[in-house]
Structure formats: structure tokens, C-alpha cells
Design a binder for this molecule. Structure first.
Ligand SMILES: C[S@@+](CC[C@H](N)C(=O)[O-])C[C@H]1O[C@@H](n2cnc3c(N)ncnc32)[C@H](O)[C@@H]1O
Length: 300
């Protein structure tokens, strides 16, 4: 799941960089379907592709260090200060033997146009004495440019924090992002908690009425989901708590905050897209089809 997710985010970021965006377009209220695609909004004369990336809840995300990004492209990571401090310590060690990482964490002779990854430390839930907003921190950072089409990613974050925190973060970002900036965000369906059997193709209510093979497939999938929930709770100390009922529900949530949902991909879809052509697709019975991956556009 993580490998597919990583590839999807990488591809969507590179697509956003390469495909120019039209300055602004009218809102279409009904446009929250899963399979809506965004091709029609691209290719405008004079428009530019994304020029900066904000990684919210970046953790150990290494995109700013490993992707081949344009020379002037900016990457800004947002996470809790103590998480960033640990990461920077590890990056400094890696930079001793890796020129690319070195050139992205500090200015060197190989650094082109100062495209150094910037870290902004903030706890967007427990602000403590620091009641600054993400938007203020970005604006005062001298790194973020509010006129540049931006990609914002929230990967593997929304399930760990209350819906209100995701909403607050997205709302703040919306105030400073230019129109047609791109949000790439993962979330989990509410069924993960309430009725995992449904996600596993076993229908609602915890039991499967189909034949033995299908039933044991579904049971194994449900067991994996339950184990995952238990392990995030017990061992990682960071329980999953949040989900959305359907992609449409998620689309409405985003719409209230000024983002228009363009597409939602499932693990199944990524399996078909990336692994099937290589004859390496994951078999249904081995899949844990939890997370979903959404593209949304900033509407102003
Ligand atoms: C499961 S990790 C995902 C990391 C990365 N996005 C990835 O996909 O590998 C969640 C990240 O969100 C960050 N995070 C969670 N709650 C946060 C908060 N209240 N403020 C800032 N960052 C937070 C954590 O520190 C962690 O790095």
C-alpha cells in the first residue's frame, strides 16, 4: 500500500509541475464524482505548472531530496519541531556521503537558485504557547511565494487527527494559496472503523454470504485491517481516529473549505495502474484496500 501511495504522490507532483494550469475557472457545484478528471483544466497559454510544494505532516518524506525538481522549485516541510529536529539530524549524516541531499539541505557549489528544502516547525493541534497559524508562518518564512501555483500534500495524516484539525489546516492554507493550486490528500473511509468487511468486498454487517474462498479472503482482509488499527493504537501510540463515509462526503468536506475534488483513486485502482502492466499486481486476497487518494483544486 505504501509503495503504491508513494508512487501515486510522486507522479501527481511531477504532473502538477509539468502541466500548466489556467488562472481561474468557474465553480461547478456537482463536480464531486470519483471519476471526474482534470485534463480539461490544463494547457492554458501563459499558465505555469506548480512552482512550490508544501508537505504538511511531512515526517520522513524524502521527496524534497530525491525527486528531480526544477532548479527554482521550492519545497517546504511542515511538521512538529521535535520530529523535524530528528529528521534534520539524520539528513546531515546522510549528506556526508550524498551530494544531492547535501545540496538540498544547505547552500553548496551545487545548489542551484537556493532550491533548499525549508522546514517550518509547528504543531497544528497542540499549539501550546505558540499560537501562530500555519498561514502566518508560511507568509513570514520568506520562502513561500503566495503568487506561485503550489502543490500541497497531506499524505497519511488525516486519519491521525480530528476532522476539525484537517479543516482548520486546509482553511488556513486556502487563504494564502493562489487559485488552481493542487491539493493531494489521502484519507480513509469510515468503514475502516465501522464495518471493515464492506471494504474487503464481503458486504455489510461483518459476515459474508458468498462461498468459502471468498469468505476466507474477506476474513483475512478484515483481520488485517483490525490488526492495523490495533497496532497504530498500541505500538505506534498514534491511533487512527478519523474517516469519511464516501468520496462524495469527502468532496463536500473539501468544498466547504474552498477545494474542488477532481478525482479519488483507490488502492485497487493503483494496483491496476502501476503493478498490473508489470505482471506484479497484488492479488485481491493479499490486498488491504483502505486508503484513498484524492486530487483537489483550490477555488477562489
Ligand atoms: C504517519 S506520519 C506521515 C508522514 C508522511 N507524510 C508520510 O506519509 O510518510 C504523520 C505525520 O504527521 C505529523 N503530525 C501529526 N500530528 C501533527 C500535528 N498536530 N502537528 C504537526 N504535525 C503533525 C507527525 O509528526 C508525522 O510526521
Amino acid at each position: 500500500m505504501i509503495t503504491l501511495r508513494t508512487k501515486w504522490f510522486d507522479d501527481e507532483i511531477m504532473k502538477a509541475i509539468q502541466i500548466p494550469r489556467q488562472p481561474q475557472r468557474p465553480t461547478n457545484d456537482d463536480n464531486t464524482d470519483e471519476d471526474t478528471n482534470n485534463d480539461e483544466y490544463t494547457g492554458a497559454t501563459g499558465a505555469t505548472g506548480a512552482e512550490q510544494l508544501i508537505i504538511v505532516g511531512a515526517g520522513y518524506d524524502t521527496r524534497g531530496f530525491r525527486l528531480t525538481l526544477p532548479d527554482t522549485f521550492r519545497v517546504i516541510e511542515i511538521d512538529q519541531p521535535d520530529v523535524q529536529a530528528l529528521k534534520i539530524k539524520k539528513l546531515v549524516t546522510i549528506a556526508k556521503t550524498d551530494d544531492k541531499v547535501l545540496s538540498r539541505i544547505m547552500k553548496t557549489t551545487n545548489t542551484k537558485n537556493n532550491n533548499i528544502v525549508q522546514f517550518i516547525g509547528i504543531d497544528f493541534i497542540n499549539k501550546g504557547n505558540d499560537d501562530s497559524m500555519i498561514s502566518d508562518k508560511l507568509l513570514s518564512s520568506n520562502v513561500f511565494d503566495k503568487n506561485k501555483v503550489t502543490v500541497v500534500i497531506l499524505e497519511g495524516v488525516t486519519q491521525y487527527i480530528p476532522k476539525s484539525s484537517t479543516a482548520d489546516t486546509l482553511q488556513q492554507l486556502h487563504t494564502i494559496l493562489p487559485a488552481n493550486s493542487i491539493l493531494l490528500i489521502s484519507y480513509v473511509p469510515q468503514d475502516t472503523y465501522d464495518d471493515p468487511n464492506k471494504l474487503c468486498g464481503g458486504g455489510s454487517g461483518g459476515g459474508s454470504s458468498s462461498g468459502g474462498g471468498s469468505s476466507s479472503r474477506s476474513t483475512s482482509c478484515v483481520n488485517k485491517i483490525n490488526l492495523l488499527l490495533k497496532s497504530t493504537n498500541l505500538f505506534a501510540g498514534a491511533p487512527w481516529i478519523t474517516g469519511w463515509k464516501t468520496p462524495t462526503d469527502f468532496g463536500f468536506f473539501l468544498k466547504e473549505l474552498g477545494y474542488q475534488l477532481q478525482s479519488v483513486s483507490t488502492v485497487d485502482m493503483l494496483n491496476e495502474k502501476y503493478l498490473k502492466p508489470l505482471n506484479r499486481h497484488i492479488k485481491k486476497e493479499e490486498m488491504t484496500p483502505i486508503e484513498q487518494y484524492a486530487v483537489a483544486i483550490v477555488v477562489k
